[in-house]
Design a protein around this ligand. Structure first.
Ligand code: FAD
Length: 320
């Protein structure tokens, strides 16, 4: 029999979204715990430098920001427990049973903030040059390549948007796609192909990212002819998608291409279950948006919990 505990709010994920939701919930007087399958910090632990989070004019490393967030969580006496959540089910009394690898948590409400994992190319040189010319976020790192020649890898909306964004900043942008046409929306595709600063390289894959200290060139291969050649660039933006690990939630929540569907109050289709941050079906996945989502999710969860405590509070309405 698994270890069993009761708490008013379980937050799944100790990335910046989960931690923010916990801080707000605690300040509302909610009894809250955070469960994370790994080390608290999430994706922030992989971000070399963040220059677009307000309040840090000189920028801040992802590791330092995550440590500061964690410190703030600890200052509030909130527990972060290393456990992977594997199932959430509704109990007869309307409560939720959150099952992890180590324990059963009986709870009133849940905030899911499990984030995403960026897909990598898995080619030689990618790991070594990550943060030194290899980037997974054009909005975050694009300005570092002002006036330079870069490549975007991918053919979907994210790649098209990244290429358009970089075309305004960079000298030239190569769009490397393994197929002979884009998967991006037609409108976006037309704008991209009409942009004189972007040169698509169709039927092309990256074989290797080459550079001593920083990215210097890419070894490319044409998938039709197998011909290989070198492309000099100083940056490569990998935009081949994000993986939302939500298979375990498929029977419970409405998903949108794997991401959790919410309304503007961060409510899912299940009463008492909220989602925040990158795991949500949103259009921008950044620290600022994760923090904003989490602020709203905590407020909605508090309203929900307060009503169930019998307190007359707010106007929480069940999701339709
Ligand atoms: C390389 C890179 C560079 C970036 N640069 C910037 C930037 O410059 N500026 C910016 O604003 N944003 C940037 N971002 C995006 C930013 O890091 C994310 O938007 C933000 O960190 C998302 O936070 P989150 O809490 O939603 O998710 P995450 O940080 O992904 O956290 C999710 C947490 O949930 C845990 N988890 C997952 N599943 C389970 C489970 N079943 N049980 C328990 N725990 C679970 C994970 O272990 C993880 O700790 C960058 C991202 C990357 C990858």
């Amino acid at each position: 029999m698994a270890n069993s505990r009761e708490v008013e709010l379980v937050i799944v994920g100790a990335g910046v979204a989960g931690c923010t939701a916990a801080i707000y919930a605690k300040r509302y007087g909610v009894d809250v715990v955070i469960l994370d399958k790994g080390i608290a910090g999430g994706q922030l632990l992989t971000v070399a430098r963040i220059d677009n989070f307000p309040g840090f004019p000189e920028g801040i490393s992802g590791v330092e920001l995550s440590q500061r967030v964690r410190q703030q969580v600890e200052n509030y006496g909130i527990e972060i427990i290393q456990q992977e959540v594997t199932n959430i089910s509704r109990q007869d009394n309307g409560r939720w049973l959150v099952q992890s690898t180590e324990a059963d948590w009986l709870t009133v409400a849940v905030v899911i903030a499990t984030g995403v994992v960026r897909r990598s190319l898995n080619v030689p040189g990618e790991k070594k040059l990550r943060g030194r010319g290899v980037s997974y976020c054009a909005i975050c790192d694009g300005f570092l390549f002002r006036g330079e020649t870069v490549a975007v890898v991918g053919g979907g909306n994210a790649a098209a948007e990244d290429a358009m964004y970089l075309a305004d900043i960079c000298e030239k942008v190569y769009l490397i796609h393994r197929r002979d046409r884009l998967r991006a929306d037609a409108y976006l595709g037309q704008r991209l192909l009409g942009n004189g600063n972007i040169e698509p390289l169709w039927n092309t894959v990256v074989q290797e990212i080459i550079g001593e200290e920083e990215v210097e060139q890419l070894r490319l291969r044409n998938t039709q002819t197998d011909a290989e050649w070198l492309l000099p660039v100083t940056g490569v933006f990998v935009a081949i998608g994000e993986i939302a690990h939500t298979d375990w939630l498929e029977d419970l929540l409405e998903l949108d291409d794997g991401f959790i569907r919410t309304d503007m109050s961060m409510r899912t289709n299940q009463p008492g279950i909220f989602a925040a941050g990158d795991i949500r079906n949103t259009v921008v996945r950044q620290v600022t948006t994760a923090v904003g989502d989490a602020t709203i999710a905590a407020y909605s969860a508090y309203q929900y919990i307060a009503q169930r405590r019998g307190e007359v509070y707010g106007e929480y309405q069940e999701p339709k």
